[in-house]
Design a protein around this ligand. Structure first.
Ligand SMILES: *[C@@H]1O[C@H](CO)[C@@H](O)[C@H](O)[C@H]1NC(C)=O
Ligand SMILES: *[C@@H]1O[C@H](CO)[C@@H](O)[C@H](O)[C@H]1NC(C)=O
Ligand SMILES: *[C@@H]1O[C@H](CO)[C@@H](O)[C@H](O)[C@H]1NC(C)=O
Ligand SMILES: *[C@@H]1O[C@H](CO)[C@@H](O)[C@H](O)[C@H]1NC(C)=O
Ligand SMILES: *[C@@H]1O[C@H](CO)[C@@H](O)[C@H](O)[C@H]1NC(C)=O
Ligand SMILES: *[C@@H]1O[C@H](CO)[C@@H](O)[C@H](O)[C@H]1NC(C)=O
Ligand SMILES: *[C@@H]1O[C@H](CO)[C@@H](O)[C@H](O)[C@H]1NC(C)=O
Ligand SMILES: *[C@@H]1O[C@H](CO)[C@@H](O)[C@H](O)[C@H]1NC(C)=O
Ligand SMILES: *[C@@H]1O[C@H](CO)[C@@H](O)[C@H](O)[C@H]1NC(C)=O
Length: 800
């Protein structure tokens, strides 16, 4: 069903339940029970809203620069002196002493231990006076268009609410309507738990306005983040008045609402942000709700409709049930295959709603909660956690044809780069740039959280910069490579050339750690038997450094930089000094410099498998030995209850897909529904607290079953779960080399694919596990030099 059909239904009144396609709509026959358990998210990148659909409505509103305070200089003071001493402790085998020393000397003092944290704007509360006697209640979210609504019958009339987030107009908007002329009344107000400066309601020229001003809580002389928001109501023909900080509207048939929030992060002072709000809201009101809505949905649909999957129908009408019942069913049954399609669509909707690039210098990427949070301080600070979570958020951007949603990440990196240069200099005595395991809204790169198994990890920039080279691999955008990615790679490389030190002939990192994992200190070292995370020469660090320097060489080659260029010569030299991956006695990839025993065999992080996914070094198409060892490691984690958080389980989907083990990937996907999603299909760590990464990791993992392109070939159906989804199609997926790919399969086997070449790159194909194919009717036997704009049709050589 398309959005226009919903529109038609809306204009008639309440929605008929069976009309909503269960692959596309989240819908419910009751309001959200709790914020995490079914409130529905919309957003335009900068602002987000979550809608409960309660009879007395609650809409929680966010803006991406409302954080807990101003920039803090958290540079550890003794870094330069302490660094060699810390290394000495680890080299001498004093692992526990080294860890204590690092926390005390190389991390910011306790008074400045944490970065800033993401905060909410407030709740918009709208009472309609319909607390009893409501029938035909439905609320929904359209994951392919980005709007959400509520409809019901009350007192013989139908009532509808529709919510949209407009990227073009940069406002949130809603329309409240009834079929009974003059039958709609509402009272609206804003509330916030803390730090209110002003909260008033007013009416001018028949437009009612709620104005709310708040702050991040510091005294005025300490440069708090100040924010203002306005909610304006247009209700032609109705009576509009105020009482205290409440807008009161009676006798309306249609009420249109427009919202904008601005902060002094983007504008110098209150006057400028008020002027900005006024500009945006006056323009939106001038254009009218219909225009704002149509533009908003045209914009988001254009992105969302670029790619789609159809992996079959759920049996027994399972997909026709309200979403909360489907989630409860999925705790015990794997039959509702359309729930996978719905969650795939939801991940893309969340990405489009929480990460949009504008012409402004700074747009923010999706944080740990996207752009949605209902607390003064979001769980885990709602930060940009870059030891997996932020990267995971962008996996589906590349493979599901939403590349521009990744661009805000590069804005954040541009913000952090000079701060990272200062950190490199003052903490490590090096040039170049570096980050630790989190960034905040100020691009603060210092170690954070005073957390033994996470804080001291100098690899954040090394991982994030992979997104720049990948962006180039997908788009072929040479200007981006030359102006953005290559200079950044040079900077990150420069840091490692200086920061690493010689150990057993290799250039190694340290003090560092394998994100959040802990080993048991072996008997030949001081403090034997205790669990410790920090050491030197971490396996993941070697993998990340190899990828930084290889990307640098790849970029230099693409840009025609001379082979004898000093940066290129140094990079080649450095790669030869990075220690190769070590394989342990069980045939596994080693996570640390020696075969230490893990404290927790099923640990949630798969850091040492970075090179299986998202990296490519452990692909069996590149190195069978490493691929086999990576398989042993993934299995070991899974068999010891690994995948113990939502994001971890979805990383496992991606890892099994990269091992070409479709059934195991599918099982991991179904286990995610079983353990980690709420009734709203929100990913959680623990069944309760929302964290968006797993939603994105899920969409990515499902996509990796159908198409991969990281190992030098465009690989069609590399990991199809042949029994679970034996027949289906995907359209509009994207591959490196700027290819767009449609694929059909039937009875578990490849049927056909169309590959469109957007830039005329070379096309090297692999289908399933090596199935012989025809390209445009001719036997495929070698790389095709494609023509820009042409489509290539691929079919099996022997039809089966
Ligand atoms: C209200 O909605 C119901 C259910 O969709 C529909 O049958 C009815 O005709 C609508 N009433 C009006 C007045 O539009
Ligand atoms: C946020 O959500 C939680 C859980 O649903 C709820 O208890 C809390 O009241 C909400 N906070 C606000 C400010 O709405
Ligand atoms: C380990 O280092 C700590 C901190 O420098 C020191 O106090 C301790 O004595 C050392 N332990 C051993 C066994 O050398
Ligand atoms: C709005 O508030 C007024 C005054 O408190 C109250 O009389 C009225 O019932 C409220 N209306 C709704 C729709 O809740
Ligand atoms: C508006 O209020 C006036 C006076 O209170 C009342 O006479 C009128 O009927 C109201 N109009 C509507 C549309 O409710
Ligand atoms: C890269 O940019 C530099 C200047 O910024 C320019 O001189 C050079 O020609 C560009 N190279 C490529 C390959 O675009
Ligand atoms: C595979 O990787 C291992 C470990 O790094 C290495 O020793 C071996 O030479 C590689 N094999 C190939 C074929 O590249
Ligand atoms: C590829 O294109 C052909 C011709 O237009 C069409 O018949 C076929 O269904 C397409 N295959 C896919 C997977 O879209
Ligand atoms: C490829 O997979 C098919 C099953 O889909 C299997 O029958 C065949 O043996 C496999 N071929 C190879 C070379 O592994």
């Amino acid at each position: 069903m398309d959005i226009y059909r919903v529109l038609t239904l809306l204009s008639l009144g309440a929605i008929s339940l069976a009309a909503l396609d269960g692959s596309r709509y989240l819908w419910y026959d009751q309001p959200a029970i709790e914020w995490e358990r079914g409130s529905l998210p919309i957003g335009n990148g900068r602002m987000g809203a979550t809608i409960y659909g309660s009879l007395d409505e609650v809409v929680t509103i966010n803006e991406d620069t409302i954080w807990s305070g101003p920039f803090q200089d958290r540079t550890p003071v003794n870094g330069l002196e302490a660094l060699p001493q810390a290394r000495e402790l680890f080299l001498s085998g004093n692992i526990t002493g080294g860890g204590d020393f690092v926390l005390n000397q190389l991390c910011p003092p306790a008074s400045a231990k944490d970065q800033r944290q993401f905060s909410y704007f407030g709740n918009l509360n709208i009472a309609f006076g319909h607390l009893d006697g409501v029938e035909n209640y439905v609320r929904w979210l359209d994951t392919r268009a980005g709007n959400s609504g509520v409809s019901y019958t009350y007192g013989g009339a139908n009532y509808t609410r529709e919510y949209i987030a407009s990227f073009p107009a940069d406002v949130l908007a809603a329309r409240f309507q009834t079929t009974k002329p003059g039958g709609l009344s509402l009272n609206a107000s804003i509330s916030r738990a803390q730090y209110t400066l002003e909260n008033v309601a007013s009416v001018e020229d028949a437009i009612a306005t709620l104005t709310y001003r708040g702050s991040s809580g510091q005294p005025a002389d300490q440069s708090p983040i100040l924010f203002s928001g306005q909610v304006r109501f247009v209700a032609v023909g109705a009576n509009v008045t105020t009482s205290g900080s409440t807008v009161i509207i009676t006798g309306a048939t249609t009420v249109d609402m427009f919202v904008d929030i601005e902060t002094n992060y983007r504008y110098p002072g209150p006057e400028e942000l008020d002027a900005e709000i006024d500009n945006k809201l006056a323009a939106a009101i001038g254009g009218g709700y219909d225009m704002v809505r149509d533009e908003a949905l045209a914009d988001s649909s254009a992105l969302l409709e670029r790619a789609s999957i159809n992996i079959g129908k759920s049996p027994n009408g399972l997909a026709d049930l309200p979403t909360d019942q489907r989630v409860l069913n999925a705790r015990t049954s794997k039959d509702d295959v359309e729930l996978t399609t719905l969650a795939w669509n939801l991940g893309r909707h969340m990405l489009v709603s929480s990460s949009r690039n504008t012409a402004a210098a700074i747009d923010f990427p999706t944080n740990l909660q996207g752009v949605w949070n209902n607390k003064t301080t979001a769980p885990w600070g709602g930060k940009y956690t870059i030891n997996i979570n932020t990267e995971m958020n962008y996996w589906p951007a590349m493979t599901t044809n939403l590349l521009e949603t990744q661009e805000p990440l590069f804005d954040l990196m541009a913000l952090a780069r000079p701060r990272g240069a200062q950190m490199a200099r003052d903490l490590y005595g090096c040039e170049g740039t570096m980050y630790h395991h989190n960034l905040d809204v100020w691009g603060d790169t210092a170690p954070t959280d005073y957390w033994r198994s996470a804080s001291m990890w100098p690899m954040g920039a090394a991982w994030l910069v992979q997104h720049m080279i990948e962006h180039y691999r997908f788009t072929g955008d040479r200007q981006f490579l030359n102006e953005t990615a290559y200079p950044y790679l040079l900077d990150v490389a420069k840091f490692f050339e200086c920061y690493t030190f010689e150990w057993q002939g290799w250039r190694v990192t340290g003090p560092s750690l394998s994100p959040e994992n802990t080993f048991i200190v072996p008997t030949d070292m001081a403090s034997a038997g205790t669990g410790e995370p920090m050491d030197i020469n971490i396996a993941m660090d070697d993998q990340l450094m190899r990828d930084v320097f290889r990307a640098l060489l790849e970029a230099a080659d693409e840009l025609g930089v001379s082979d004898t260029d000093a940066d290129v010569v140094q990079a080649r030299e450095f790669i030869s000094k990075i220690r190769p991956t070590q394989i342990g006695s069980l045939g596994q990839i080693l996570e640390w410099r020696s075969e230490y025993t893990e404290l927790e065999k099923g640990h949630r992080h798969f850091s040492h498998l970075y090179s299986l996914h998202p990296g490519s070094e452990f692909s069996s198409l590149k190195n069978e030995t490493l691929a086999r060892a990576a398989g042993v490691s993934v299995d070991r984690r899974r068999n010891s209850k690994g995948g113990s958080t939502g994001w971890s389980r979805t990383w496992m989907i991606n890892l099994y897909a990269r091992l070409f083990r479709g059934d195991d990937a599918w099982d991991a996907a179904q286990a995610w529904f079983e353990m980690f999603v709420t009734e709203g299909l929100w990913n959680t760590d623990d069944g309760a607290t929302f964290q968006i990464d797993g939603n994105m990791g899920f969409t990515s993992g499902i996509t990796e079953m159908f198409l991969q392109s990281h190992a030098g070939v465009l690989h069609i159906l590399p990991a199809l779960p042949q029994n679970a989804i034996s027949t289906g199609w995907v359209k509009g997926l994207t591959a490196r080399g700027n290819f767009v790919v449609d694929i059909e399969w039937e009875g578990g086997s490849f049927r056909s694919a169309n590959v469109t070449s957007n830039m005329g790159a070379d096309l090297t194909l692999r289908v399933e596990n090596g199935t012989q194919v025809l390209v445009d009717g001719k036997a495929y036997d070698k790389t095709i030099h494609t023509q820009k704009g042409s489509q290539y049709q691929i079919t099996p050589a022997i039809s089966n």
